[in-house]
Design a protein around this ligand. Sequence first.
Ligand code: AMP
Length: 192
Amino acid sequence: MLNIVLFGPPGAGKGTQSEKLIAKYQLVHLSTGDILRSEIGRGTKLGLEAKKLMDQGVLVPDEVVIGMIESKVDANKNAKGFIFDGFPRTTAQAEALDKLLKTKETGISMMLALEVDNEELIKRLLNRGKDSGRADDQNRGVIQKRITEYNNKTAPLKDYYMKQNKFSGIKGVGSVEEIFTSLAETIDKSHK
Ligand code: AMP
């Protein structure tokens, strides 16, 4: 299997690049942010609770997202592989993911990290907020909080995957095509 963790701060381009990667490599896209937004859209209890945290720009509890990922992995037994987008975001989530994949006799193939500076991120998120209507993309304070959460809780995962020799940093600035080419080259080099 080809199991990719697509990593990077909010606004790095994970969603855009995931769409292109799933088309090229026939992978199943698992975005915890998308799953949470669909729960909110359906007005479930989980969605209502998550919304309060998401609107503040803070992470939802580990157990919640880990449970969601477990059921989605189970529901896609014949997948060629997965792109994990916006997950894991904490060390506890990364450990839970390793454990889960091990029970399926597979594991994470690589972490691809899109690297974009803060100023560019804020600019992109505010722009996206105008089109997407996402409440958490429309407020500078919430955007800043999400970046702070990323730096405190998520950025340490770089070391987690580096220790396993699975980390690759990719320049996340340029055209969508250029960035996609870098990602695909990195995948093809390590996954023949
Ligand atoms: P995203 O669409 O990935 O930017 O996520 C939007 C929001 O959903 C985040 O700011 C968090 O509140 C929540 N969220 C998404 N994925 C996770 C995760 N893996 N762990 C905790 N919270 C998450």
